[in-house]
Design a binder for this molecule. Structure first.
Ligand SMILES: [Mg+2]
Length: 369
């Protein structure tokens, strides 16, 4: 099999409402869709979901790295030689994980399509079906508004809530307390400070008033404060989940050596695709640690990749593939029915709706020999 053409689409997905974290408010999703065509008539699709506050990438930089460097470098190559192509792409471009992910996910889609198998079965096949139950993510708002959002989410059918925090500890405690009071006891509450508390001292102050409500606290301190992450892990009963602090398998190994992190938050847009995510997950599993498959609020194609990764391995205990429920439109036939998402068919198991893609697209670049 040979790659004959790569199309790079820039498109925007409207959100139901702006998504607010401690890092920034996000008004709409700017995404990049990659289609990899081959000489055997199969086409693979992948998505890049750049988040400049995490990896320094924008939609424009992602599309440019793909069009200028990565896509020309893989033309004529065998897309099923995934590890070889990943190595070559990394030798060419350091960083830019969303650009790498977009292409690599398309290769993985082709693997599944060529084998006529859903991708999760080729990766590991832990689950019976490629389907996930997702949490509702609550944007940072005043405590009473977040409590109302939480109650509405439970009414809608969610049984897990992810609470975005990370401003002053006092108000964050009020947020979690109000949410816990507004939902049934059995609702799973996870909180993500997105580094907002900065150091262990502030995090301890915040968590003293809320940890008893939480199943996990995500990235309580600044990403480089690894010793603070280790300190919190020793000191708290609630598990600590590094996110911004762990991008690659090497980061996970380093955190484990330093005693930091109970659960690792893996994102395909940090690892640069599925192959490195598999390695990161293996490092975690070797030390008996579970992982979460987190999201950069991907569109349908990136979400489908997440479904297959998370369905492949037993120690991926949580996921946050929430994109389909935060957006007003999807560009594939991925099924999303609160709180479940599901694909069907070989590869990623999603088919791109051309009309929808054209309506959301701002630009397309085609790379051919
Ligand atoms: Mg996070």
């Amino acid at each position: 099999m040979q790659i004959t053409r790569v199309a790079i689409h820039r498109f925007e997905i409207p959100l139901e409402e702006p998504f607010v974290t401690a890092l920034r408010p996000i008004p709409a999703l700017e995404r990049v869709l990659v289609e990899v065509e081959t000489d055997v008539g199969l086409t693979g699709v992948g998505e890049g979901a750049p988040a400049y506050e995490v990896t320094g990438e924008t939609q424009g930089s992602t599309a440019a790295v793909l069009a200028d460097v990565l896509a020309p470098a893989v033309l004529g190559e065998d897309p099923l030689a995934v590890e070889r192509l990943v190595r070559r792409m990394r030798a060419l471009v350091d960083g830019a994980p969303s650009a790498h992910a977009a292409l690599e996910i398309a290769f993985q889609d082709l693997r599944g399509k060529a084998a006529e198998q859903p991708l999760y079965r080729l990766l590991g096949g832990n689950a019976e079906e490629p389907t996930l139950t997702v949490p509702k993510v609550l944007s940072i708002k005043p405590p009473d508004e977040m409590a109302a959002d939480a109650a509405a989410a439970v009414d809608e059918g969610y049984d897990q809530l992810k609470i975005k925090l990370g401003r002053d500890p006092e108000t964050d405690i009020e947020r979690v307390t109000a949410i816990a009071a507004a939902v049934p006891d059995e609702t799973s509450l996870k909180a993500d400070a997105n580094q907002g508390w900065g150091d262990a001292k502030t995090a301890v102050e915040a968590l003293a008033g809320m940890a008893h409500h939480l199943d996990v606290i995500e990235q309580p301190v600044a990403k480089e404060n690894v010793s603070d992450l280790a300190f919190l892990r020793d000191r708290l009963d609630v598990p600590v989940m590094p996110d911004e602090s762990v991008e690659t398998a090497t980061d996970a190994l380093d955190l484990i050596k330093r005693g930091a992190g109970d659960v690792f938050n893996i994102k395909l847009m940090k690892t640069g695709g599925i192959a490195e995510a598999v390695r990161l997950n293996a490092v975690a599993e070797a030390d008996d640690r579970p992982t979460q498959l987190g999201s950069m609020v991907e569109g349908h194609v990136g979400t489908a990749a997440g479904i297959h990764f998370a369905s492949a391995f037993e120690n991926v205990i949580w996921n946050e593939m929430v994109g389909p429920f935060m957006t007003t439109e999807g560009i594939t036939d991925l099924r999303a029915d609160v709180p479940r998402i599901e694909t069907s068919g070989p590869g990623l198991g999603v088919r791109v709706d051309r009309t929808k893609l054209r309506s959301l697209r701002s630009d397309v670049t085609e790379i051919e020999p």
